[in-house]
Write a protein that binds this ligand. Structure first.
Ligand SMILES: Nc1nc2c(c(=O)[nH]1)N[C@H]1C(S)=C(S)[C@@H](COP(=O)(O)OP(=O)(O)OC[C@H]3O[C@@H](n4cnc5c(=O)[nH]c(N)nc54)[C@H](O)[C@@H]3O)O[C@H]1N2
Ligand SMILES: Nc1nc2c(c(=O)[nH]1)N[C@H]1C(S)=C(S)[C@@H](COP(=O)(O)OP(=O)(O)OC[C@H]3O[C@@H](n4cnc5c(=O)[nH]c(N)nc54)[C@H](O)[C@@H]3O)O[C@H]1N2
Ligand code: SF4
Ligand SMILES: [Mo]
Length: 742
């Protein structure tokens, strides 16, 4: 009998970052007495970082909500019953729809780092209400990259850092933030292997940079010049993989022509990296047998971010590093996290392009704080804390107050929940069936349906049940449809599939509410009480339709077999197994070639010589990186500050020479002033920072039990400083002034 059958150890996963490492938990009543890595986990194989061991502070540390709350006219909250909450919320949303149209109801969230299963049901609520606009945190980080991907390969690509000869991290610190599975182990392996090279682009000498062979310590915000110089060298020295370009791409000519004109010494001077080091780096990249790259917030939340995403991808495309071991790969999905369509809608008021199908986070407040007739009137927020995590929280909070109706579904009374009209208490991620759709690997892609470790805290409900209660109240499904599906579900999966198809042929609208129908009819027949997993039946059909061979290679002979395997496995399953050559099949372009030229971005690239590289001023001489990932940061998932055994106060990090000049000492206080706000923080003096650059951690400054520990970074950030294409914020590049306090 394996450890997996030992009743004392419950298999689940860490919920603090997208890696969702498998863990085992031993309970002492409702406390997490022991936590360790799950060696049988399909993806993480026993790995965890320091943070997973502190998850009891999520489950038992904060103040949990245990009853629905309604805001009264005097601003206070009253506890109400679930029945009252559901009927009042349904009535309010229906009335907003009837007065202003369903498209005035906006949805935000649908999942954090560990929980997407509930969000899979949220679309049914929105479609039932006629809602057309939604967003998530992805629209403040990944939408620019996604738009570039949509042009090039038609979808997301992932690096193969376990095998890459050369790994490049661009504004990414995987040692702290992960994203790369088993990151610390993989980084150390690369670092100690003389045959492999790690290159880091980061203004900070991060823990990842410590392990790197080449650290391009750029000036903050100048990555576009640095990457363009690297590409310019690759073109000028003719290190391009012409065979790859000829066989697998088209439209490379305008790209090569633009890059041939790059003023390499000039760009080296702008980004602050020696030209010789850039030349050596370009040669290492172009000479590599395999190359993988990872760009993240350091560039995605800074100047020229969409251009930088394009430049990053040109690094591996011009050098032919696609669809082979160690290189970049597209991959399967249980369900894509965003749309990769190039048919792009616009937001109703500001006309912002909805890249990935999402309203850019930085325009949401503008879509509300206006008298435009198409403004949003109501918002449903689930598993997200936008009043804390969006730029310029003060303005976002005003926007929430201006809405007719705000409903927040959360485990805690968050900064966002405090501004809601109704707060619905969710069961925690260890009290219900849960999963994420962060399934981003190739060639073996994994999915983990987590079984509950504990019963729900009394008074709370899992999100699928919350959405179902709202949809029942809205009477969106006809009794005939529900009965037909219930009867079919009893007859078996084949009868169920046929009945579903027959009903859908008669009435296309049932696709829109399919998750709800599955929950109501298939859900109750599922083993282990896994009713919330019903939606995965439809996703298993999707997998079998989209990747039939890869699914079978992973050992699942049909969609139903995959679904059953997912239900039975406690440590995740491999749902697709590909061959490297299969990568080409994931390209969405009919000719299976990658179109290299993106005219809008080539124009931005050609403009670089005229583009300002410096955004500081005498009033705001520092660049503040507002929201760094550190050893004890985890977005706003854990609200109990005592979970942090290091950096409890969330220090402002700065270079020794800056500290000395300003008369600041370690452990003392500094005031940080930006165009948006002011905050005070403890000072940490560190030669990891370059002069003129300061950083604050992400996810601190929560208002819990009337105290606040650390800085709420978004009281300092700005809505208008955003990428002109993607609308993503410049959280990592906030002009600021630092002063001693007192
Ligand atoms: N510990 C921890 N891990 C996390 C999270 C967490 O809150 N805490 N959050 C998760 C989430 S939601 C995400 S999206 C990821 C994000 O993961 P990362 O993007 O790796 O995290 P950050 O620390 O925000 O930013 C990465 C790096 O960008 C650098 N940087 C700042 N300015 C610039 C610049 O101008 N150019 C370049 N090249 N680099 C710059 C910073 O010095 C930093 O090292 O982390 C995930 N993992
Ligand atoms: N200045 C600055 N701002 C940033 C960033 C930055 O680097 N700098 N990073 C940005 C990035 S990359 C991201 S991803 C966002 C993250 O910000 P958000 O998208 O707001 O997400 P989280 O902070 O992860 O908040 C998760 C919420 O889910 C709640 N929760 C936890 N478990 C459950 C559950 O089971 N059910 C429900 N219903 N709720 C639950 C938590 O209480 C919390 O309120 O922040 C962004 N904001
Ligand atoms: S925070 Fe650490 S343990 Fe948790 S999922 Fe991420 S890497 Fe794994
Ligand atoms: Mo994120």
């Amino acid at each position: 009998m394996g450890e997996g059958n030992d009743p004392e150890w419950h298999s689940t996963a860490c919920i603090l970052c997208e890696n969702n490492c498998g863990i085992r938990i031993q309970l002492d009543d409702r406390r997490f007495a022991k936590i360790r890595g799950d060696k049988e986990h399909a993806a993480s194989e026993g790995y965890t970082c320091n943070k997973a061991l502190r998850l009891d502070h999520y489950q038992n540390g904060g103040t949990r909500l245990t009853a629905p709350l309604r805001r009264e006219p005097d601003g206070s909250f009253t506890e109400i019953s679930w029945d009252t909450a559901i009927s009042e919320i349904a009535a309010r949303l229906r009335s907003v729809r009837d007065s202003y149209g369903g498209e005035s109801i906006f949805f935000y969230g649908g999942g954090g780092q560990g929980n997407h299963l509930g969000g899979a049901y949220s679309g049914a609520l929105m479609r039932a209400l006629g809602g057309r606009y939604r967003s998530t945190a992805l629209a403040q980080e990944k939408t620019g990259e996604g738009w570039v991907d949509a042009h090039l390969t038609g979808g997301h690509t992932t690096g193969d850092f376990e095998h890459a000869e050369v790994s490049v991290f661009i504004g990414k610190n995987p040692y702290q933030s992960h994203g790369v599975p088993r990151a610390r182990t993989v980084l150390k392996q690369i670092s100690t292997d003389p045959a492999r090279t790690m290159i880091v682009l980061d203004p900070v000498r991060t823990e990842t940079a410590d392990l790197a062979d080449i650290h391009l310590q750029v000036r903050p915000g100048t990555d576009a010049w640095c990457l363009t110089a690297l590409l310019g060298i690759i073109v000028a020295e003719d290190l391009v993989d012409h065979e790859f370009l000829a066989d697998h791409t088209h439209d490379s000519a305008p790209v090569l022509a633009t890059l041939a004109t790059v003023d390499v010494p000039g760009y080296a001077a702008i980004c602050g990296v020696e030209e010789e080091l850039l030349r050596r780096t370009a040669r290492v990249i172009a000479g590599a047998a395999s190359l993988s790259t990872y760009e993240d917030l350091g560039v995605q939340q800074g100047p020229n971010s969409t251009l930088v995403s394009y430049l990053n991808k040109l690094l591996w495309l011009l050098t032919g590093n696609f669809a082979k071991p160690g290189a970049m790969q597209p991959h399967s999905w249980m369900t894509p996290l965003a749309s990769y369509s190039l048919k792009i809608r616009e937001s109703p008021v500001t006309g912002a392009p909805l890249l990935g199908g999402m309203v850019p986070c930085n325009v949401i407040a503008e879509e509300i704080l206006t008298d435009h007739p198409k403004r949003f009137r109501a918002m449903v927020v689930e598993s997200s804390n936008p009043a804390h995590s969006l730029a310029d929280s003060g303005t976002f909070q005003k926007a929430l107050e201006a809405l007719d109706t705000v409903v927040v579904i959360d485990v805690a009374l968050t900064e966002t929940a405090r501004l809601a009209d109704y707060v619905l208490p969710a069961a925690s991620q260890f009290e219900k069936w849960e999963a994420t759709f962060f399934n981003l690997e190739f060639p073996r892609n994994t999915f983990h349906l987590r079984a509950p470790v504990l019963d729900p805290l009394p008074g709370t409900l899992p999100e699928p049940e919350i959405y179902a209660r709202l949809l029942r109240e809205l009477r969106v499904a006809s009794p005939v449809t529900l009965t037909a599906l219930k009867v079919a579900a009893k007859l078996g999966r084949r009868a169920y599939a046929l009945t579903f198809a027959a009903l859908a042929a008669r009435d296309k609208k049932i696709f829109g509410i399919a998750p709800f129908l599955l929950y109501e009819t298939l859900g109750p027949t599922l083993p282990f009480g896994a009713r919330s997993a019903a939606v995965l039946w439809a996703l298993a059909q999707r997998v079998s339709r989209e990747y039939p061979a890869a699914m079978r290679r992973a050992g699942h002979r049909s969609a139903d077999a995959l679904f059953d395997a997912i239900l039975a496995a406690r440590s995740g399953v491999v749902f697709t197994a590909d061959e490297y050559e299969d990568a080409w099949n994931y390209l969405t372009h009919a000719d299976r070639r990658i179109p290299l030229a993106i005219p809008e971005l080539l124009a931005v690239l050609a403009d670089l010589p005229q583009t300002p590289a410096v955004h500081t001023s005498s009033e705001f001489p520092f660049v503040l990186a507002a929201g760094e990932r550190r050893s004890f940061s985890a977005n706003t998932i854990i609200r109990d500050p005592s979970w942090r055994t290091r950096d409890p106060g969330g220090a402002l990090r700065m270079n020794p020479s800056d500290a000395q000049r300003l008369g600041l000492t370690p452990g003392g206080s500094a005031r940080i002033v930006t165009a948006t706000g002011t905050a005070e923080a403890l000072v940490e003096v560190s030669d990891r920072m370059q002069s003129g650059h300061v950083s604050l951690p992400n996810g601190y400054g929560l208002d819990e039990n009337s105290t606040r520990v650390g800085v709420a970074a978004n009281e300092l950030t700005d809505l208008t400083w955003r990428d002109p294409i993607a609308g993503t914020p410049w959280h990592k590049h906030v002009p600021a002034r630092v002063e001693p306090v007192g």
